[in-house]
Write a protein that binds this ligand. Structure first.
Ligand code: SF4
Length: 454
């Protein structure tokens, strides 16, 4: 892939990552608790459970997750007690015999919890939701700095089959700047441990756009990461949003690579990982050709959600724990970010739901189109028309007009039945999705809405 990086820099502007549509900026308390309960009670789809364990020992300055920093063990145990009560309340509002096809522990640092506590949480969940599919994808995010064999045994005993390791970058200077010192040997030991317990779907996360990164330094990181032979890699564009995340203010912004350098890094990443047997999937994921994500692209079954890309589309995602987000076909629902409000809600017998959005018909249509674009880099116009009952080119006349500049540059092609993003255009997929977003106009000119697309 060869592109004019300077020319592409003009596309560096604030834009959503589209892990949801509408984006979280549209979540509000207009979506009422009673409406959320109704969706839960009437839902029949299979379940995807997300459990948020928000605690971390110390801050990685790039982190955009909802995290509680603490060194107090009693806070961790107290949270587990509330989590159990939340699960009880949840179980009284939905049919827990629905099949669970996906389970994910996210954080925070899930492995900040001891093996004993992780075991207790999983036991509780499995009692409350007894119908885990034998094919369920059961996964956890692991910080190699907090991971031991006892925890691995617990994961194994509960059928975990996917592990995602946070790495970000192996360069010592970058690690120091982002306040996350994690030697290669430590990461390797963690990956080896997981493999020795038969985990054969291992993901590693990298981030580009961090302070002091250069094309050369990231090349070294890539060389090291492939020696770990991960089955999947996520290579995220660092989202610099210091107005939202205080720890990001610790960065000297002059050390953050320019858009042209970031594009060069990502272009190199695509080429390097392709040469090493990986295939790019969606905006920022790579997998070996035998990975099921890859098969899903061929079948047009790749889906995008809050955890990135998945083959398990159509499930009802239930968010459990502080700040977690749930998703149904027609809604998004988010729990409170405030620990006291979280505990108070549960004490009063209510779910800690705080806000969300119910999708209008227009939201629903745009969601299908944007998510298809983000996942498959193309839109099957005829299928969209028959499934959504619209005339695509009429419904999206304004969007298509805004896409003209991408079409003229050869980044997008539009035929009677297909809108297709070129290989180079995939680097700008967020920009290409934005014309389909009805809310973009509202945020134009606001510098403090989203991270930059490039
Ligand atoms: S990157 Fe992970 S370990 Fe670091 S602060 Fe964020 S959630 Fe915690």
């Amino acid at each position: 892939m060869s592109i004019d990086l300077e020319q592409f820099s003009k596309y560096s502007k604030p834009g959503p990552r589209y892990t949801s549509y509408p984006t979280a900026l549209e979540f509000s308390d207009d979506f009422k608790y009673e409406s959320y309960l109704k969706y839960l009670e009437e839902g029949k789809e299979r379940l995807s459970l997300y459990v948020h364990l928000p605690f971390c020992r110390s801050a990685c300055y790039f982190c955009g997750c909802n995290v509680v920093f603490t060194s107090k063990e009693n806070k961790l145990s107290r949270y587990v007690e509330y989590l159990k009560k939340e699960i009880d309340i949840l179980a009284s509002h939905l049919d827990t015999s629905r099949e669970v096809i996906q389970f994910h522990f996210g954080g925070g640092t899930p492995t900040y919890y001891s093996a004993y506590e992780l075991d207790a949480i999983m036991d509780y969940i499995k009692k409350a939701f007894p119908n885990f599919s034998s094919e369920a994808e059961i996964s956890v995010e692991i910080d190699p700095r907090f991971f031991n064999e006892e925890q691995m045994k617990v994961f194994k005993s509960h059928g975990f089959n996917r592990i995602s390791f946070g790495v970000q970058d192996f360069d010592a200077k970058v690690q120091e700047a982002v306040h996350r010192v994690q030697p290669y040997e430590l990461t390797k030991a963690a990956v080896d441990l997981a493999r020795s317990y038969g985990i054969n779907s291992i993901n590693t996360d990298l981030i580009y756009g961090l302070p002091y990164q250069s094309l050369e330094s990231f090349q070294e990181t890539l060389k090291k990461i492939v020696t770990l032979n991960p089955d999947r890699l996520a290579v995220f564009n660092y989202a610099h949003v210091p107005w939202l995340k205080k720890t990001m203010r610790k960065f000297d912004e002059t050390t953050i690579p320019s858009p042209a350098t970031k594009l060069a890094i990502f272009q190199y990443t695509i080429d390097f990982l392709t040469e090493n047997g990986y295939k790019m999937i969606g905006m920022d994921h790579f997998a070996k050709p035998e990975d099921e994500l890859f098969g899903a692209i061929e079948k047009g079954e790749l889906h995008r959600n809050f955890q990135g890309y998945t083959t398990k589309g159509g499930a009802n995602l239930i968010g459990i724990g502080l700040t977690s987000i749930g998703e149904g076909a027609r809604y998004y629902a988010q729990n409170t970010k405030d620990m006291k409000a979280y505990e108070d809600a549960i004490e009063s017998g209510k779910l800690p739901f705080e806000r969300g959005v119910e999708l209008s018909e227009d939201d629903y249509i745009r969601k299908q189109v944007i998510m298809e674009l983000m996942a498959n880099f193309s839109i099957d116009i005829k299928r969209v028309e028959s499934e959504l009952g619209i005339n695509f080119k009429e419904y999206f006349a304004d969007s298509l007009e805004s896409l003209n500049e991408f079409i003229e540059e050869g980044l997008v092609t539009l035929s009677e039945d297909k809108l297709k993003v070129s290989e180079t255009g995939t680097l700008l997929i967020r920009n290409i999705a934005m014309p389909f977003d009805a809310y973009m106009q509202k945020y134009m000119g606001s510098k403090k809405s989203f991270s930059k697309t490039v």
